[in-house]
Design a protein. Structure first.
Length: 457
């Protein structure tokens, strides 16, 4: 503000000199305008309450005298007498200009000194503020690190304890306990983990007791199963000998080796022979199943003709199919090579499947088909019989299991044939499955290696 006053004063002095030289009233008007601007700057300085109020008052007094000179100059210009008074006015004006310039310079210097002190004070305050801020920041960071360290360890220590506790639980040590000083969620978690440990310890003891009891029962069951298998094998062998003798005697009677059999006795003797053969087949099935379960069944491996296996089954069962009016067909490709396996057991498997197909089919056809798929032989027996419900398909290969009691009453059987077939197929390293739809028949498949390896037996 003081510098602006100094600038206004300089312009005022310039226009004063110009008015003396040009004797022009326009220059007088410019002097008055600059005077107003100068007074306005002084008024603002005075209103600011600066310390140099006395100096401002002296400047204002000298300025009033200078304006009186300007007024005399303006009057002389109007009267045309400026030339006579120019010297006197010029001396007065120079003296006043020097006074005003000196005092305004003092004011500017005082203002600059004050600004310098203010800047120094602000700079010092900034330095103090920076120091305080830095100290506060360092302190805050230190406190934050300290708090973070304390808080983190208040989490880490309970977590470590919990981890060690869980490691013990995972290792099977259910008797330990965990103790943490926290009263927050960690404390609650520790209580629950201790409760869990107690429950696990109780469950472990119960499980060990149950496992011991189960082991004892399994051992008893294994002994019972072994005794059962040995009993069935021995009994089947003992029953088969007299049964073969009975069948031999009935054959001799029917062949009239003991003389002509009366007509009234022929039918009962034939019934004895048919039922005896059926009973012999059941005995053979039980004997086979017992040997398999006892691990004493062995396969007689050798090369065999797939067509001969199919033809044997076809010849054995075609009369039974003809009696029921069924079409009984086979399909074996000519290019199937010689296979290696137990042909008698595979014949028995195919006989069981084809026999069941004929038994459970009232009309239509039964087909035996063999295909070569890579290194596997796939035997397929399909019929147009009663079919098997979808929910029973997975149970058809179980021992002594048939679809329902109605089937057993109508068609007979013990449910051993499919179970034995499955075991023989698996002994060959194969697999067996069935596809069926109620009322449309069944298709049984079993796949065995074309060349079975001896080490698998």
């Amino acid at each position: 503000m003081a510098q602006q006053s100094e600038h206004a004063l300089a312009r005022q002095m310039h226009f004063t000199d110009l008015a003396l030289l040009s004797q022009d009233e326009v220059a007088i008007a410019k002097i008055l305008r600059e005077n107003n601007r100068f007074n306005d700057r002084l008024a603002k300085l005075e209103a600011a309450g600066i310390a140099e109020q006395g100096l401002i008052e002296q400047i204002r007094t000298s300025q009033d005298e200078a304006m009186a000179v300007v007024a005399d100059m303006a009057n002389a210009i109007r009267d045309g007498k400026l030339g006579a008074v120019t010297g006197a006015l010029l001396r007065r004006q120079e003296r006043l200009d020097e006074e005003i310039s000196s005092r305004v310079g003092q004011l500017v210097e005082a203002q600059q000194n004050r600004m310098t002190r203010l800047r120094n004070s602000v700079a010092a305050a900034n330095r103090r503020s920076l120091i305080l801020t830095s100290a506060f920041a360092v302190t805050a960071v230190g406190l934050a690190l300290l708090c973070g360290f304390v808080i983190s360890w208040s989490f880490i220590l309970p977590v470590r304890d919990a981890q060690g506790f869980l490691d013990q639980v995972a290792a099977g040590n259910f008797g330990g306990r965990i103790s943490v000083p926290n009263r927050d969620e960690f404390g609650t978690l520790a209580d629950r983990m201790n409760h869990m440990s107690e429950e696990l310890q109780r469950f472990d003891k119960e499980q060990r007791r149950a496992a011991a009891e189960l082991g004892r029962l399994n051992e008893e069951l294994a002994q019972t199963s072994k005794a059962k298998s040995e009993f069935l094998a021995n009994m089947s062998h003992e029953l088969r000998t007299p049964m073969n003798a009975m069948l031999g005697f009935t054959e001799m009677l029917l062949d009239d080796l003991y003389g002509e059999v009366p007509a009234a006795l022929k039918e009962p003797i034939m019934d004895i022979q048919v039922n005896g053969r059926h009973l012999l087949r059941l005995i053979n099935d039980v004997l086979d199943l017992s040997k398999i379960e006892a691990g004493r069944m062995e396969l007689a491996l050798g090369e065999y003709s797939v067509r001969e296996v199919v033809d044997i089954v076809h010849v054995s069962l075609r009369s039974l199919a003809a009696e029921k009016g069924l079409e009984f067909v086979t399909s074996v490709p000519d290019d199937i090579p010689v296979a290696y396996g137990d042909n008698s057991r595979l014949t028995q498997c195919l006989m069981n499947l084809a026999g069941n197909a004929i038994k459970f089919t009232k009309q239509g056809r039964v087909e035996m088909r063999v295909e070569l798929a890579g290194d596997e032989l796939i035997y397929r027996v399909s019929d147009t019989g009663i079919g098997i419900p979808q929910d029973e398909l997975e149970n058809v290969f179980a021992e002594f299991r048939q679809v329902d009691a109605t089937v057993t009453r109508e068609f007979g059987g013990t449910g051993l044939g499919l179970s034995i077939t499955k075991k023989f197929v698996e002994m060959h390293g194969g697999r067996i499955w069935v596809e069926s739809e109620i009322g449309k028949g069944c298709t049984f498949f079993f796949a065995v290696p074309l060349r079975m390896k001896d080490e698998g037996v």
